[in-house]
Design a protein around this ligand. Structure first.
Ligand code: P61
Length: 461
């Protein structure tokens, strides 16, 4: 261990194929961002130099995964790749049944429709955009029961995704256990900055929910990254493997939704995993309406094969150390430069504190949206708004939701960029930070009804 501290280490792979990226001029970027309505989701990727919009579906697959693509069994029913995927889910996650879906939100759709009834409440460790929307569309109301520290970018709490047990129990007592179809637990919590939940807390949540007979639905999109933090930070887990920790997390939950486009190292795919036989029957029946037959659920055979292999690679210690290590590298660089970011540094990206960087803007002037546009203008680095625009409107009052966290996410794809890319990103953030006084706010000029951050357009104030 002491050797590990003193010596440098590098990514556990070498590069076999490259994809050129285009450098742009300030004039080209000015034109591109104006045409995109100052929304980085509306930029063409060809106009982007370093793409940190998301780690979703943007990973580089391994040679083993590409080889797996050639073994695709594209049968409509009973594809061999489905059975490999089912085996992988059972071996690495321990869930009994799997229903493949085209991506994570499709699994959220199915579980929400099956479990939530009009007037129900769904507690969770902070909202996620698609998860919350599907809960609402099914007639439920999301209730945030994460610890307060999660809403404070400065708090160095090691497990900011922990559930506040008294918030949870108070909700159960106030609404009644029969109004709570399940508790929603994400590993890690995206909107809090890629923060982990501890196994100690999850065990307590399990005890409490069992007392009231309430199941736990696990958003396991980044469960291996969560397990890495547990190994590093939670006493008693330092000698456990990532695989063991992942399996222990899953064993404390009843069902899971997965966006395989993150942890599991594929460009498309997802699944719903279930232990309950009856619920599985219902989910298997519903998937044929919206996704496809229950042995492909919207995925090609080749993609299921790449996913089965990706799951095994995702729990490899050297992989996960390098993945999270690269994010830590960028975060530490920004901290050294004095840039306000969410602390502790998370697992999948760096979250800039736009409220602090642009104190001249009120939240109505959309600081995080403005900051992400400014960063693109400086260098062609594409980031994502995670503030008032992402939080949407209250479905009852129509007012903006005003989240405490007003952030810009620099999300690092897995196995894609080098340390030099991280240096370029850090220098660009520093340049924008030094010039922050000049950055103006934005106003909405177009706003769609659902998940508005994807397609809204803005103008400079
Ligand atoms: C992302 F701006 N995440 O982080 P799907 N749960 C969790 C996710 O992170 C997640 C999904 C469920 C994305 C893509 C994305 O507001 C946004 O496979 C913890 O994308 O359907 C996705 O999985 C949904 C970006 C999604 C967004 C929603 O970049």
């Amino acid at each position: 261990m002491s050797n590990e501290k003193k010596r440098s280490w590098a990514e556990p792979y070498k590069i076999k194929m490259v994809e050129p990226v285009k450098m742009t001029t300030p004039e080209e970027r000015q034109k591109a961002i104006r045409e995109a309505g100052y929304n980085t989701f509306l930029l063409r990727s060809e106009d982007v130099y370093i793409d940190l919009l998301t780690d979703s579906g943007t990973s580089a697959m391994s040679d083993r995964q590409w080889a797996g693509m050639m073994l695709g069994d594209e049968a409509y029913a009973g594809s061999r790749n489905f059975y490999h995927l089912e085996d992988a889910v059972r071996e690495y996650y321990g869930y009994k049944h799997i229903v493949p879906t085209h991506q994570g939100r499709a699994a959220e759709h199915i579980i929400s429709q099956l479990m939530i009834e009009e007037g129900d409440f769904v507690p969770g460790n902070m909202y996620f955009t698609t998860t919350k929307l599907h809960q609402e569309l099914a007639g439920g109301t999301f209730v945030d029961v994460i610890i307060d520290e999660a809403h404070d970018p400065e708090s160095e709490h090691p497990f900011k995704a922990d559930i506040d047990l008294s918030k949870l129990e108070n909700l159960i007592k106030e609404k009644g256990a029969d109004k709570i179809p399940y508790v929603s637990i994400a590993t890690t919590v995206n909107m809090a900055g890629g923060q982990p939940i501890s196994l100690g807390n999850l065990k307590e949540v399990r005890k409490l929910t069992q007392k009231y007979n309430i199941p736990i639905v696990h958003d396991m999109t980044r469960v291996a990254e969560n397990a890495y933090f547990i190994k590093q930070r939670e006493p008693g887990y330092e000698n456990k493997s990532i695989k063991e920790i992942v399996k222990e997390i899953c064993s404390l939950t009843d069902s899971a939704t997965m966006s395989s486009k993150k942890d599991a190292l594929v460009n498309i795919g997802g699944f719903l995993a279930l232990n309950d036989d009856e619920l599985f029957d219902k989910a298997r029946n519903m998937v044929v309406i919206y996704e496809g037959l229950h042995t492909y659920g919207g995925m090609a055979g080749r993609d299921m094969e790449a996913l089965a292999i990706g799951i095994s690679e995702s729990v490899d210690y050297d992989h996960i150390r390098a993945r999270v290590g690269q994010v830590q590298y960028l975060g530490e660089k920004l901290l050294e430069m004095g840039i306000p970011i969410v602390k502790p540094i998370g697992s999948h990206g760096i979250f800039l504190n736009a409220k602090k960087i642009l104190p001249q803007l009120s939240q109505d002037q959309l600081p995080a949206q403005s900051l992400s546009a400014a960063l693109y203008l400086d260098s062609g680095v594409r980031a994502m708004e995670r503030g008032v625009v992402s939080a949407g409107r209250n479905p009852d009052t129509g007012e903006h939701n005003y989240p405490k966290l007003e952030l810009v996410r620099l999300t690092i794809p897995r196995r894609v960029y080098t340390q030099a890319h991280m240096d370029v990103v850090a220098e660009s953030v520093e340049a924008v930070y030094n010039n922050a006084k000049e950055i103006k706010g934005l106003k909405f000029v177009y706003e769609p009804e659902y998940l508005r951050f994807f397609q809204s357009r803005f103008e400079v104030l």
